[in-house]
Design a protein around this ligand. Structure first.
Ligand code: MN
Ligand code: MN
Length: 456
């Protein structure tokens, strides 16, 4: 099988490895959607981007971004063509499956304090037990202040854990189906065991002690959890995988792998013909709803703001033109063919690790249901751009027909009547605490995004 590694020369491999170092750093520093937005703004500012509200006028070559509630972001490099003639858009999501704390999470049971949780996105619950977890997120206080939390990433930090049942007492448990081996309401994270000192008989002293620590170290009261977004994610850093270091294993490839590569391509877009865009969105894993999901009016509003600033005669039709004349690569991870589980794939139409960026004409499940299905004419245009620029690509489906399926944000943007195709990077163990991807694909996807912004 020919892969990107056959194509790469010695000097290319050096670039591939260097690029993946930047990506691993991004993964380590962006384990939540909020952290991903923060990292994105840092990188964007370094590349000359300005927050839109600080800009008085716009000309070709200008670089601006819109921050939506610190949870999603849209970045633009203004093109030489009119915005009304359409944009070249890269889109990906920055939320990942994880375990969220409930709004009333803390309780004490037999001298142990636990945090009750509600998982986020599609997970195999049994994968999330008996492993070090870090707590990331924000706590919003009634006075308007916001406390950032990140516990468990430094070597010296404590971690949390959701326990698993010991094998010795698992006779009943192991007769259950995989979906029931560990159930959602049993995902409670162990958080402490020392009681507060007290002169009188008091109950829940261990919980009291934990609340004292939260108050002292973070100024967090028990009530404040109501207005908090706290996420348990696997603790630790992304690592090179393979004796040849050709792969990366880390938390949250889905979909920060496409977010980072799209972002890097956009940051390097200088004086494009058509306006270059990168949208990094939240809530994809739970249906893209809400103010920070892809279905929000946020992106449309950003384009309206840009049009309005550039054109005294702004009107609604110009906005509609700008959207429907756009082209988009909606990027999300593909199911990488796994030699351990060949039976779920159809080999001719599977995505393989190392075979370059993976396009999906459609996603969905059960007869392509729920997919936006890119028009063949647009697919031909994409093939042409990739071939012209010698990008290695593959076309795939998410598994065998009727084996399962999944969706992305592609249909949401396609609903503006623009041409959208699903693109992305093949990963193994998607939605597991640690996912695996090829460094070669990461680099080839980044190259593909660059030429799409230039040539589409
Ligand atoms: Mn995804
Ligand atoms: Mn996903």
């Amino acid at each position: 099988m020919k892969t990107v590694w056959d194509k790469f020369q010695e000097k290319d491999i050096k670039k591939v490895m260097d690029f993946s170092e930047g990506y691993k750093k991004f993964l380590d520093n962006a384990k939540t959607e909020r952290e991903a937005v923060e990292q994105t703004i840092k990188l964007a500012k370094k590349a000359g981007f300005k927050e839109f509200s600080t800009v008085k006028s716009l000309k070709a070559g200008d670089k601006v971004y819109f921050n939506n509630r610190d949870k999603s972001i849209a970045l633009f490099v203004i093109g030489k063509d009119e915005l009304e003639d359409g944009m070249n858009i890269l889109g990906a999501h920055i939320d990942s499956p994880r375990i969220d704390l409930k709004q009333n999470p803390i309780y004490e049971d037999t001298g142990l304090v636990l945090f009750d949780t509600h998982y986020y996105g599609g997970i195999k619950k049994y994968q999330w037990v008996a492993r070090p977890l870090a707590l990331h997120g924000v706590v919003c206080k009634k006075d308007g202040s916001k406390i950032n939390v990140c516990i468990g990433e430094k070597e010296s930090d404590p971690i949390l854990e959701i326990s698993d049942l010991l094998i010795h007492l698992s006779r009943d448990q192991l007769t259950k189906t995989g979906a029931k081996v560990v159930e959602g309401e049993d995902l409670n994270a162990l958080a402490g065991s020392i009681p507060a000192k007290s002169k009188k008989e008091e109950k829940d002293l261990v919980k009291k002690n934990i609340l004292n620590i939260l108050k002292k170290d973070y100024n967090i009261e028990e009530d404040d959890f109501i207005s908090a977004e706290l996420e348990l994610v696997p603790a630790g850093k992304a690592r090179d995988l393979g004796l040849d270091r050709s792969l990366v294993m880390g938390y949250g490839h889905d979909d920060r792998i496409c977010a980072y590569t799209s972002l890097m391509a956009l940051l390097e877009s200088n004086n494009p013909k058509r306006t270059s865009v990168c949208i990094l969105t939240d809530k994809e894993e739970i249906g893209s709803m809400g103010s920070t999901g892809a279905q929000s009016a946020f992106f449309e509003n950003c384009v309206a703001e840009l049009l309005n600033l550039q054109d005294k005669n702004y009107n609604d039709l110009k906005l509609r033109h700008a959207l429907e004349r756009s082209f988009m690569l909606s990027s999300d991870v593909s199911a990488g063919y796994d030699p351990n589980y060949p039976q779920v794939n159809e080999a001719k139409n599977a995505a393989y690790l190392g075979k370059g960026i993976s396009f999906n004409k459609f996603t969905g499940s059960g007869g392509k249901s729920g997919s936006s299905d890119a028009p063949a004419e647009f697919v031909a245009k994409i093939r042409k751009i990739m071939d012209k620029n010698k990008i290695m690509f593959q076309f795939s489906e998410l598994g065998r027909v009727d084996q399962g399926g999944g969706g992305t944000i592609a249909y949401v943007l396609a609903n503006h009547n623009m041409d959208v195709i699903d693109a992305g990077i093949a990963v193994q163990n998607m939605h597991a605490p640690y996912e695996t991807a090829s460094k070669g694909d990461i680099y080839e996807a980044y190259r593909a995004y660059k030429v799409f912004l230039k040539d589409a």
